[in-house]
Design a protein around this ligand. Structure first.
Ligand SMILES: [Zn+2]
Length: 396
């Protein structure tokens, strides 16, 4: 098809050239030297044309390949997995971490037992809701199924504090940091000056693109009981999602773990975004429209890391599915043998995004938009944060 187009172009070019030549009387077709000149000029011109086409094709190819195959970048899920302490290596997820009295799932998400139970309950509600909708042969979930579901969920909640269900959801504003300020503290030892600088840089970039501020607090302020994130050394890279602080002595904190392999701008940004309230992009309730999960390629024990979260847990706020999100895992996440576990769909998305997912090195536009909507940022972005502690400097 391409050759045909090229031949057609050449033919048109030739006819045009002949036409111009004849019109201005420079083409005495009977003269053989003139014909030779014509042929030689034609060859030169066709050659130039080929060169131009070739150059264009190579330019086109280069620009397309750089955006489609950034294979040199290690997938973020791989970094997170490799950061896990081999001694404490987790064979199956979600796994219960006794020391934390919490569950770890999807490689780096921590959930309290309450949050985890509620997330599972939400998924069950979704399945039930789908089944009821199918039985009633309706797609109008809102009107015909909602009433029934409300009754079921009210019944299921009876006997337990109703706030539990609310607390588990990113939908719940209580899981957002009040006034878009996240108080944060870093462990006094185990982080080099360069580590601190890297984490500070990730925080500054978030503040520059959103209205979110970080408040650097010291031990004294932490002891006052202010809810905060504590950046600690430990096994792997992980964070709770949104405000999930718990009392520990005088302090009220939640850990954000960054072992030495996670202290990059990219992983620090990813974990800070979890702490601010973002889940993984491939867990979105609507993900089945955008990616195909190949269950048969998933390593045994990791299957539940690919659970689709309930819309009761994740509110995507109308933001389009974002393959370039720094919160997206790669095509081979938790693969048993290097085969694809996550594939963008349909074919055109697979073509463009198969090697893009999991390889973003900074927040995407979608990530920024999600944070801005979650934290009610003003519509005009300010690249000059007015945060009290900006530019951020952890104390030594
Ligand atoms: Zn993550």
């Amino acid at each position: 098809m391409k050759n045909l187009t090229l031949m057609r172009t050449v033919l048109v070019y030739l006819l045009l050239w002949l036409h111009i030549g004849t019109t201005i009387g420079q083409l005495p077709t009977q003269s053989s030297p003139a014909l030779r000149r014509l042929l030689s000029r034609l060859v030169t011109d066709v050659d130039s044309l080929f060169k131009i086409v070739k150059l264009f094709k190579s330019l086109n190819h280069n620009s397309a390949s750089s955006s489609r195959t950034n294979q040199d970048i290690v997938p973020i899920d791989q970094i997170i997995e490799e950061a896990e302490d081999p001694a404490a290596s987790i064979k199956a997820e979600p796994s219960y971490i006794e020391k934390e009295n919490a569950f770890k799932l999807e490689g780096d998400i921590m959930m309290t037992v309450d949050q985890f139970t509620d997330m599972q309950t939400h998924i069950s509600f979704d399945l039930l809701e789908d089944a009821v909708a199918m039985m009633l042969n309706t797609t109008d979930r809102i009107t015909s199924v909602q009433t029934l579901m409300n009754e079921i969920s009210a019944g299921a909640r009876s006997g337990r504090p109703s706030s539990r269900v609310k607390r588990a959801a990113r939908r719940d504003p209580n899981r957002l940091w009040p006034d878009a300020v996240m108080p944060v503290r870093i462990a006094s030892s185990g982080f080099s000056a360069f580590d601190r600088w890297t984490i500070q840089r990730a925080m500054m970039r978030i503040s520059e693109q959103t209205c979110i501020c970080f408040r650097i607090i010291d031990n004294e302020v932490a002891d006052s009981g202010i809810p905060h994130v504590q950046i600690v050394d430990g096994s792997g890279c992980s964070s709770y999602v949104g405000v999930t602080t718990r009392s520990r002595g005088r302090q009220n904190s939640q850990d954000l773990t960054l072992n030495s392999k996670c202290r990059t701008f990219r992983v620090a940004t990813h974990e800070l975004l979890h702490a601010l309230g973002l889940f993984h992009e491939q867990s979105r309730p609507d993900r089945d429209f955008f990616v195909k999960i190949n269950s048969s390629n998933i390593r045994s024990g990791m299957e539940r890391n690919f659970q689709k979260f309930s819309r009761r847990t994740i509110n995507s706020r109308g933001i389009p599915y974002d393959y370039t999100s720094i919160m997206h895992y790669s095509n081979r996440a938790f693969s048993k043998d290097g085969t694809f576990t996550i594939e963008p769909i349909p074919a055109i998305n697979r073509f463009w995004y198969l090697n893009i997912i999991g390889r973003s090195t900074a927040m995407s536009e979608g990530d920024v938009q999600a944070l801005r909507l979650m934290y009610n940022c003003p519509s005009t972005p300010s690249t000059q944060p007015t945060c009290a502690d900006y530019p951020y400097m952890f104390p030594y």
